[in-house]
Design a protein around this ligand. Structure first.
Ligand code: NAD
Length: 491
């Protein structure tokens, strides 16, 4: 495991020499220490990225050449899935099969953006038809410049890939600031990039806290673009800081996503996707369907099956066989979620869970927790909890379900289940959310756009939209100089 930051193609100590503890949430013990990067480290990293962008080969290479480097990065990540997944289990707490899935996806993201970089050579220029004779015009896509990427802790390396891979594919250079809670896997990317042939300065990685490293990166005048994933309050702060220099910005923020279940949904399917929608990754998922709306006449039978299955979920260390729910990411997050549960007990009816599982008091574990009869104004219904806690409510009509689903300041994701696909599609169109699932909840694909409406964010990641995040569009218009313009100089 790396214990240095990565600047200008080299692993180095931080300017202050200070380090901070990285905690294993399964036992609350320190398992590693990494540098506490500060404004001086960020400045060195941004200047290296600036030099690499302004004078280095990377933005000037063809897409095919950039693709070769990205593909090799994906190849090395794919070859090290088991090793890196184990780092994620120790750092984040998630069960190993989920961590393996993350790292497979991470490799896939690099491979996908390698393909897009290759296509970019043909697609970077687009002819624009003008309504005036004598002119020809084209729109040319170019890299936006130095990108600052600030990421959360729930999918540590995957969240890094969602930003680093498209930024590099576009020809940008990057300074990455991983979450202070899960900084370990991201540090591996430096060596991976170097061995793949990425020129020095194109990727820089600074570990550290939000206020000490994230804020200076956000405010640095030599950064052109900021890509942030995290909470709404931090996103709002970053937006305000970015406004000073009018930096280009993309924000992927929180959610309180609804899952609407009509009574014609087979009960087993409903149970499966409710559980997956909130307990996968300990519910520490921005798009988790944490508000479940069930058609009233299906409620009793569905709840009975749901509670029975939730109680069977095996909780434990992420490396243990058969575990489906690991510890939450940190003691602070553990405390926060337990506090939410206490609030929930006053606001609604606790159906199952609600505590620390017996025998697992040493780690940051929380039982799968279900609340029912949750009033619309309850804070557990309106606020993001970011843990294995789901709120259930009933509805009578399609209109009521849509109104309840959309009555939130968030708009990241929404899901609907029904045997009637016309109805499901109608509800899907009525949702005010950027990601909508029909008859499932959560599956995420590198090819499809990802991002939120309302306070859940700005812009889209993944797919071709993810690449466009890191591109400027330049208009190049040519006048046929053999014609006279004849405005001032009359013939
Ligand atoms: P957070 O906002 O606390 O931190 C995110 C990152 O921002 C961290 O790297 C942190 O160090 C940094 N940061 C904190 N203060 C900063 C500041 N003042 N200036 C610059 N950077 C600063 O979020 P978190 O707790 O790490 O992640 C959980 C949140 O992320 C949840 O709200 C979740 O919904 C959201 N999330 C969204 C998506 C999405 O795609 N929309 C994906 C994952 C997580």
């Amino acid at each position: 495991m790396r214990d240095q930051i990565y600047i200008d193609g080299r692993y180095v100590a931080s300017a202050s020499g200070e380090m901070f503890d990285v905690i294993d949430p399964s036992n609350r013990e320190v398992f590693h220490r990494v540098p506490a990067g500060n404004a001086e480290d960020i400045d060195r990293a941004v200047r290296a990225a600036r030099r690499a962008f302004d004078a280095g080969p990377w933005p000037r290479m063809s897409g095919v050449e950039r693709a070769a480097v990205l593909r090799k990065m994906g190849d090395e990540i794919a070859a090290r899935i088991s090793e890196i997944a184990r780092i994620e289990v120790q750092d984040n707490g998630k069960p190993l099969p989920e961590a393996v899935w993350d790292i497979e996806d991470t490799a896939g993201v690099f491979h996908y953006y390698a393909d897009l970089a290759e296509r970019f050579d043909q697609e970077a220029e687009q002819k624009v038809e003008l309504g005036m004779e004598g002119f020809s015009s084209k729109a040319v896509k170019e890299p936006v410049g130095v990108a600052g990427a600030i990421i959360p802790w729930n999918f540590p390396l995957l969240m890094a890939a969602w930003k680093v891979a498209p930024a590099l594919a576009a020809g940008c250079t990057v300074v990455l600031k991983p979450s202070e809670l899960t900084p370990v896997s991201a540090l591996e990317l430096g060596g991976i990039a170097e061995r793949a042939g990425l020129p020095a300065g194109c990727l820089n990685i600074i570990t550290g806290f939000g206020s000490d490293a994230g804020a200076p990166l956000t405010e640095h005048p030599l950064v052109d673009k900021l890509a942030f994933t995290g909470s709404v309050p931090t996103g709002s702060r970053i937006m305000a800081m970015a406004a000073k220099d009018i930096k280009t910005l993309s924000l992927e923020l929180g959610g309180k996503s609804p899952l609407v279940i009509f009574a014609d949904t087979p009960i087993e399917d409903a149970v499966e996707w409710i559980l997956f929608g909130i307990f996968w990754n300990q519910g520490e998922v921005c798009s988790a369907t944490s508000r479940v709306l069930i058609e009233e006449r299906a409620f009793e039978a569905l709840m009975e099956r749901l509670v029975a299955e939730a109680q069977k979920i095996r909780i434990g260390h992420g490396l243990e066989d058969g575990v489906l729910l690991g510890p939450l990411v940190s003691p602070v997050q553990h405390e926060k979620v337990l506090n939410w549960i206490e609030t929930g007990k006053k606001e609604a009816r606790l159906v199952t869970g609600g505590g620390v599982p017996p025998g697992l008091e040493g780690g940051c574990y929380v039982e799968p927790t279900i609340f029912a009869d949750v009033p619309e104004e309850a804070t557990i219904w309106t606020e993001e909890i970011f843990g294995p806690v789901v709120c259930v409510k009933t509805f009578r009509t399609e209109e009521e379900a849509i109104r309840l689903a959309n009555n939130t300041r968030f708009g990241l994701a929404a899901a609907v289940m029904s045997d009637d696909l016309d109805r499901a599609n109608r509800v899907a169109r009525a949702f005010r959310a950027g990601i909508v699932w029909i008859n499932c909840s959560q599956p995420t694909f590198t090819e499809a756009p990802w991002g939120g409406y309302k306070q859940s964010g700005l812009g889209r990641e993944l797919g071709e939209w993810g690449l466009n995040n890191y591109l400027e569009v330049k208009q190049v218009t040519t006048w046929d100089r053999h014609r006279p313009w004849g405005w001032y100089l009359k013939e």
